[in-house]
Design a protein around this ligand. Sequence first.
Ligand code: DLZ
Length: 155
Amino acid sequence: MSRSGAPTIHSDGAGLHVTIVAASWHDTVMNGLIDGAQRALAASGVESVTLVRVPGSFELPIGALHAARDEDTDAVVALGVVIRGGTPHFEYVCQAATQGLMDVALTTGKPVGFGLLTCDDEQQALDRAGLPSSMEDKGAEAAEAAVATLVALRG
Ligand code: DLZ
């Protein structure tokens, strides 16, 4: 997927409580994604941001479900990075995390920003991680999408 056609999103997050659920594999990339999401949420003026860490991207859906069921959380931002290896494991983890996160949004009715990088190699992930050397900031994009969706749903 490319950035071509991507919208510029800025929504007013005043009064909103957002939980970031972040996997722990690939430290440098994850730090960039988390920083990007936190920057974007601060820029939109959300009232509170909670950070929850889970071991890997496979655990993102259960972390997101737990967060979304909390009545103090209005929206969730899920962040992770999976890097392709030499086995089909990559496909299983990406598929499970992606489907699981969509299930969380649809069963709880709370927006889940999708900040899961699925990359062929570490450089692709670094390019999207919101670091000073990155071309893209997927953590920020996921956070902006979660807030914008919530604002749209509330009308
Ligand atoms: C096992 C595994 C592998 C090989 N690679 C990644 C990865 O690139 N990114 C990631 O977030 N998690 C990875 N994991 C861990 C799984 O997501 C999961 O945490 C373990 O299988 C334990 O359930």
